[in-house]
Ligand binder design. Structure first.
Ligand code: SAH
Length: 228
């Protein structure tokens, strides 16, 4: 049993609100966000559906629903059934689960997270969500590691999402992107831009800035735990 009726309704209302504000425009994104109950991914279920980031320990936060929605929208064409997606800094596993539902059992969704305790709790969260069968089948997996190196095993990826801000775009992530693929990554230190990197068929990249954002840093585990 994945959801209690009240949480299904609250999660659905959250998605409808994002649709009413024009943040969610794709049916596939709406469907994924509807079936993956955000409530099972956050420590405080009562505020799971409020549009704000929330602390999950280890000096990091789960992003606000509108940021998750925006990233899903930006990647939507690269999350078709059968495609491969990498989620760097997968944290609670919420977005990895949404990605997995969109690419389906023929696709592959890989999360990489450098705090082993978060990897373990994200697996529990996913097991309590609608993405649980995909985790069991193996089309969805979360690994402990430094996401700045990407995850070479299943490269190249149609879509790469980074959930923490990098001082500059890690080369490995561009290398692991398929021609025609798209990387969405916050870039910067104090002032950050959400950058959309498209790899062209000749291997060159086109980069555009989508909006100003504020994410926790993509850094080493030691620096994060020190709170640098
Ligand atoms: N999308 C996630 C974002 C969590 S915050 C969610 O909404 O739940 C960013 C995450 O990136 C944190 O969990 C943090 O531990 C992780 N992170 C930061 N630097 C990293 C690195 N170098 N490699 C892997 N994960 C990293």
């Amino acid at each position: 049993q994945f959801w209690s009726p009240s949480s299904i309704n609250k999660n659905k209302a959250m998605v409808e609100n994002l649709q009413n504000h024009g943040i969610v425009t794709s049916d596939e994104v709406a469907k994924a966000m509807e079936v993956v109950d955000r409530g099972v991914f956050v420590p405080d279920r009562s505020s799971a559906y409020v549009d704000s980031p929330m602390s999950v320990g280890y000096n990091v936060t789960i992003s606000a629903p509108h940021m998750h929605a925006m990233c899903l929208q930006l990647l939507e064409k690269h999350l078709k059934p059968g495609m491969r997606v990498l989620d760097v800094g997968s944290g609670t596993g919420y977005l990895t689960a949404c990605f997995a539902v969109m690419v389906g059992s023929e696709g592959r969704a890989i999360g990489v997270e450098h705090i082993p305790e978060l990897v373990a709790s994200s697996v529990k969260n996913i097991e309590a969500s609608a993405a649980s069968p995909l985790l069991k089948e193996g089309s969805l997996a979360v690994h402990a590691g430094d996401g700045r190196q990407g995850w070479a095993e299943f490269a190249p990826y149609d879509a790469i999402h980074v959930g923490a801000a990098a001082p500059e775009i890690p080369e490995a992530l561009i290398d692991q992107l398929k021609p025609g693929g798209r990387l969405v990554i916050p870039v910067g230190n104090i002032f950050q831009d959400l950058q959309v990197v498209d790899k062209n068929s000749d291997g060159s990249v086109s980069i555009k800035s989508e909006t100003s954002v504020r994410y926790v840093p993509l850094t080493s585990r030691e620096a994060q735990l020190r709170g640098d």
